[in-house]
Design a protein around this ligand. Structure first.
Ligand code: FAD
Ligand code: N01
Length: 556
């Protein structure tokens, strides 16, 4: 058992720098709002953030073309009416610098920075049953004692570079989209390789193609992408949102994805081929992820899904002039939408440029990175000046498990999650009292407008802490039965969809050795919100609450 005066096994002692009500790990949107709410409850709280600034995703992902794909009027906080009225977004889908400015504005507006310790990575969090507190260690050798430990570490913050032999021998520059440098990167005149064709590459490729002398896009698996139809913010549209922001947000919170857009309640199979085409054309012309709302059963019924997939494959064939390249770009290995649907600005058109070449690394994988470029298994060599890894993240669990988290009796979260993540409501883990996960696995998280999901988790948790305080409780933990039932429910709902058919990062399939489990909750943001609200209204069944003196007893 760990106490405040002895460090966890294997860790340097470090000085006890402070005693807090709550330690928050991460200063992205989740951490920022969490800190704001906890302060409002009169708690002492501090954020520990590995980066030098706030913004999380938007601090790290500075690659060319990075922007959101949930409309900015919705991809923003709703908790403060003045904030949402006063902030003006310049585009339908804001670019990374503007979203980062927004995060910085929020931090300044609510005076959050004074309680954030930047350039500080949390390495371990160990629960001390004797006192019902967490001991948190950082890479600066600090030791912090906190009643509550809140992981706001992000679902897509653990950047991943594949294990390709020879990376260290490359003489040019290498970049990862999720760890982009802060100084401007200029590819003018360069031969550039982009590895990967997920959302990040699909945004970056058209912009890099405009600079580079030659761009090679190394594709293993093609993805479906819908044009964003991004444009400067329409004043009338902005006025409409702001005319009754609160009411529009309320509706969005009850939508399946937490995004206010029209979902056609018909089956794709119940309409004529002409009507189906008309609907798809309309959605394609409007742009964005709302394409997947064209019919209600696109993610449940393979035949329905095939109609949408075939429509997009047809569009790719229309746009891309070279038939071999077009065929390579057409996804055929997964139902549309079962990997995160991508949203682009002229992605497919980019392959009509003279200086851009698609390289199929499905048939001939990248065998090695050499001093001068890349070599494929078929012996082909590509000499380049820069390599951009658009190779994604150890999603949903990577950042949490990078921290050595130990609960009751020193049990390790890594061990508990060895066969896949287990958390009640995606929020709390049995055996790990007072540890909270914001948008954790088993919650709608990455299948939703993350701002909506972040606010919902932070609000639920804040209300829960108020409830506990009113009852003199300082310790909360889900029961094993409740956790098991929720994990089973998440799997059951997931299995009713087409999602498990794809080798996606939702399934952990992008990380060698990661258990193949569909991690997010696909039951819908509105349904999930109602479930969480009902649990709170009923006095938190499925959770055990206790005071410090009986915290240890509660475990027995
Ligand atoms: P993050 O923003 O990831 O912040 C987590 C923070 O925790 C990071 O700053 C990280 O440095 C820090 N951290 C992690 N581990 C530690 C540690 N051990 N110690 C200290 N600090 C730590 N979602 C949408 O809903 N709509 C979009 O349009 C959208 N676009 C996206 C575009 C890109 C390029 C990416 C990568 C993701 C996008 N997302 C989008 C998902 C996005 O991650 C979320 O919307 C949201 O920004 C997550 O906020 P967060 O605070 O939960 O996590
Ligand atoms: O990462 P990804 P991402 N050789 O995992 C390839 C959000 N996001 O950063 O599919 C060759 O999707 C890999 O190939 P394969 C969004 O949620 C949003 O692009 O494994 N290729 C794949 O093509 C998104 O889903 C936006 O065969 C290799 C790519 O790398 C999530 O972040 C923008 C390889 C990784 O794609 C992650 O997106 C950006 C290898 N050895 C991100 N290893 C918006 O638009 C990997 N790949 C809002």
């Amino acid at each position: 058992m760990q106490n405040l005066t002895s460090p966890p096994p294997g860790q340097a002692a470090g000085k006890l720098i402070e005693v807090l009500d709550a330690a928050i790990v991460g200063a992205g949107f989740a951490g920022l709002y969490m800190l704001h709410r906890l302060r409002g409850l009169g708690m002492t709280a501090r954020i520990f953030e590995a980066a030098a600034g706030v913004g999380g995703t938007w601090w790290w992902n500075r690659y060319p073309g990075a922007r959101c794909d949930v409309e900015s009027m919705q991809y923003s906080f709703s908790f403060d009416e003045k904030l949402q009225q006063e902030w003006h977004w310049s585009e339908r889908f804001a670019a990374q610098p503007e979203i980062l400015r927004y995060a910085e504005h929020v931090a300044d507006r609510f005076g959050l920075r004074r309680d954030i310790r930047f350039n500080t990575r949390v390495t371990a969090a160990h629960f001390d049953e004797a006192v019902g507190r967490w001991t948190i260690l950082t890479d600066r050798g600090d030791r912090v004692s906190a009643r509550y430990c809140i992981m706001a570490t992000g679902c897509l913050s653990s950047a991943r570079v594949p294990d390709i032999p020879g990376i260290e021998s490359f003489r040019g520059r290498t970049y990862h989209t999720g760890r982009w440098p802060h100084e401007e990167v200029d590819f003018t005149g360069q031969r550039v390789a982009v590895i990967g064709t997920g959302s990040s590459a699909i945004q970056a490729v058209p912009v890099i193609a405009e600079q580079a002398a030659q761009l090679f896009v190394f594709q293993r698996t093609p993805n479906f992408s819908i044009p964003s139809r991004n444009k400067p913010m329409d004043e009338e549209y902005e006025r409409w949102w702001k005319s009754d922001y609160a009411a529009h947000r309320r509706k969005a919170r009850m939508m399946r994805t937490g995004i206010l857009y029209h979902i056609d309640e018909r089956s794709a199979l119940d309409v004529s081929p002409e009507e189906r085409r008309r609907v798809y054309e309309e959605r394609w012309a409007a742009g964005g992820t709302a394409f997947m709302g064209a019919f209600v059963d696109l993610l449940r019924n393979q035949a329905a899904n095939d109609t949408a997939a075939e429509f997009v494959r047809g569009k790719i064939a229309e746009i891309v002039k070279d038939p071999t390249t077009a065929a390579l770009l057409q996804p055929r290995d997964h139902p549309i939408g079962t990997k995160r649907i991508c949203v682009d600005t002229h992605y497919y058109e980019t392959f009509n440029r003279e200086n851009v070449r698609l390289v199929d690394v499905r048939s001939a994988p990248i065998e090695a990175i050499t001093r001068t470029g890349l070599r494929l298994r078929n012996g082909a060599e590509y000499a380049v000046d820069s390599i951009v890894f658009a190779t994604g993240f150890d999603a949903m669990t990577g950042a949490v498990l990078a921290v050595d988290i130990r609960g009751r009796s020193g049990a390790s979260l890594r061990e508990k999650w060895a066969a896949g993540p287990r958390a009640h409501l995606g929020l709390m883990v049995a055996g790990f009292p007072n540890l909270f996960l914001i948008t954790g696995p088993g919650s709608p998280s990455v299948l939703s407008n993350m701002m909506v999901s972040i606010e919902q988790h932070v609000d639920w948790l804040s209300d829960c802490l108020v409830h506990m305080r009113a009852r003199g409780a300082t310790c909360i933990e889900p029961t094993q039965e409740a956790e098991d039932a929720w994990v089973a429910h998440v799997a059951e709902v997931g299995n009713r969809t087409l999602y498990p058919k794809a080798n996606s990062w939702y399934m952990g399939a992008n990380i060698p050795g990661k258990p193949r489990v569909f991690m997010p909750y696909v039951g819908g943001v509105g349904t999930y919100r109602e479930e969480c609200a009902a649990i709170a209204a009923q006095g938190y069944p499925g959770f055990r609450m206790s005071a410090p003196q009986d915290a240890a007893a509660a475990a027995q």
